[in-house]
Design a protein around this ligand. Structure first.
Ligand code: UDP
Length: 475
């Protein structure tokens, strides 16, 4: 068996097959490759197919440009257990059941074959939501590195499900108005600000089973966890997590050129909004997006649309065709015609490019973690409308803790009059100025963390060194 070289470790990297997980995973893979790692990056066939379809000139290997730039990243695909053409968005539970029960067999076979051809492979880097990393890393004697793409607070809350349950704040959540102040590393949080899976009435869904199996049957025993967060933004939570396992805040993980992609990761074609935005005054346009994954109702979208129309505020709305369901149209009849001078509606765009355009002055967001980090980086204050999973907790961080956004409404009780008023508040109100000052400071915190000697840079270097030590120990 060839020796495992710790100087240039070789890691297999397997992201979770969703847009919001794929983007930071590809960026982490290139960051590690820039540090001398060899990476074999594995997408599901379905993700690969979507990326290829989104491109004018598809490439069989999304890392071709990265390799030309000198990075040692190889690329392959694996089946998630379903046919490529299967509508995963419309059949969410079936998709998740496959990730829970079927995907491990495909991954096992792939990893076995990769190691047979290249025994120098020493590490497995996987998204923390995968259910099989512990089994695979033990079987093939690989260093097990877990990538947590959400704030540290979320993982910390999941790690303490037992405490939440004991106190009546999970399964069933029977004390909605309490303050939760007994979790190590969390000063206080209300039940309504916990993740949707904690607030759910049914806690035996396939997503719950994935969370339990992935986190308690895997992530908790990973050799290392790296997290796309920033030490200065979550100091207490990180301190607490670090007492249980080696945990590194290395975010925000962005490309060197914020709006330029070395690697294509978009699952849909990006519509260019720049010429439309170029004609708008500075900070006058509201950007609206609910991310890649969440669904909502026609009623909610109709209230938001009517509120937007009434506000008169210019907007770019990235509205996925499957936001309501893959089979239904989303907006009220005639809306697009009514707003043709006020707004631009596109199915999907380059969000980083839109957010960094000088004409953007606010972001109506579902509070996906990537969107939050990108908005901070572009100093664009947010109006928050979380829909599921970690988004409720991310809103708490944005609105209550960091004061860089406002809340649209509680739950999905959106009313058009409130939408109009809140949009005006966000764009021009008194609070708007305060938020702009705060978000500038928060952006500086992110910049400092990434700068030479900054916390994220130090943590990343330390993480890389410790991985090398671990590889040597496992030889
Ligand atoms: N995004 C994009 N174009 C769009 C909408 C979103 O490029 O029209 C990107 C966005 O920049 C972010 C990711 O998709 O990086 C969405 O991730 P996030 O964590 O915000 O939400 P999720 O999609 O996971 O719910």
């Amino acid at each position: 068996m060839a020796a495992r070289r710790s100087e240039n470790p070789h890691a297999i990297f397997i992201p979770f097959p969703l847009q919001g997980h794929l983007i930071p995973s590809v960026l982490l893979a290139t960051k590690l490759a820039s540090k001398g790692f060899t990476i074999t990056f594995v997408n599901t066939e379905s993700i690969h197919h979507s990326i290829a379809k989104s491109l004018a000139t598809p490439d069989d290997d999304i890392f071709t440009k990265a390799r030309k730039a000198g990075l040692d990243i190889r690329y392959t695909t694996v089946s998630d257990g379903l046919p490529v053409g299967f509508d995963r968005s419309l059949n969410h539970d079936q998709f998740m059941e496959c990730l829970l029960h079927v995907s491990s067999a495909h991954v096992d076979e792939l990893v076995g074959n990769l190691i047979k051809h290249d025994p120098s492979i020493s590490c497995l880097i996987t998204d923390s939501f995968h259910v099989w990393p512990l089994m695979i890393s033990e079987k093939y004697k690989l260093v097990n590195i877990s990538f947590w793409t959400e704030p540290a607070l979320i993982l910390n809350l999941y790690y303490h499900l037992d405490l939440l349950k004991k106190n009546g704040h999970y399964d069933p959540l029977d004390k909605c108005d309490d303050i939760i102040d007994y979790i190590p590393g969390v000063k206080s949080i209300k039940p309504k600000d916990t993740m949707s899976y904690i607030q759910a009435t049914d806690t035996d869904t396939v997503s719950h089973r994935i969370i339990h199996k992935a986190l308690f049957g895997g992530t908790k025993s990973a050799d290392f966890v790296v997290c796309n967060t920033i030490q200065e933004l979550e100091p207490h939570t990180l301190l607490s997590l670090n007492q249980t396992q080696p945990f590194y805040a290395i975010g925000p993980i962005f490309p060197n050129e914020f709006t330029q992609e070395l690697v294509s990761t978009s699952l849909w074609s990006q519509q260019d909004c720049s010429s439309w935005l170029d004609n708008k005054p500075i900070k006058s346009v509201l950007y609206v997006s609910f991310g890649s994954y969440a669904h909502t109702t026609k009623h909610v979208l109709s209230e938001i649309a009517c509120g937007l129309l009434e506000s008169g505020i210019s907007f770019v709305w990235a509205l996925r065709p499957d936001i309501v369901s893959s089979n239904d149209t989303a907006l009220p009849l005639g809306f697009e015609e009514q707003v043709k001078d006020q707004g631009l509606i596109v199915p999907w765009c380059n969000q980083k490019a839109v957010l960094s355009h000088p004409s953007i002055g606010g972001f109506l967001t579902h509070c996906g973690w990537n969107s939050v980090l990108e908005s901070i980086w572009c100093e664009v204050p947010m109006i928050c409308f979380p829909l599921l999973t970690d988004q409720f907790t991310n809103r708490k961080l944005v609105v209550d803790d960091w004061k860089i956004g406002i809340n649209l409404c509680e739950g999905d009780l959106v009313k058009r009059e409130e939408v109009t008023n809140k949009f005006k508040d966000l764009m021009n109100g008194e609070k708007s100025q305060e938020m702009r000052i705060e978000i500038k400071k928060t952006k500086r915190t992110l910049e400092n963390a990434l700068a030479k000697g900054g916390s994220s840079q130090r943590n990343f270097d330390q993480f890389v060194d410790e991985v090398k030590v671990k590889i040597d120990q496992m030889k």
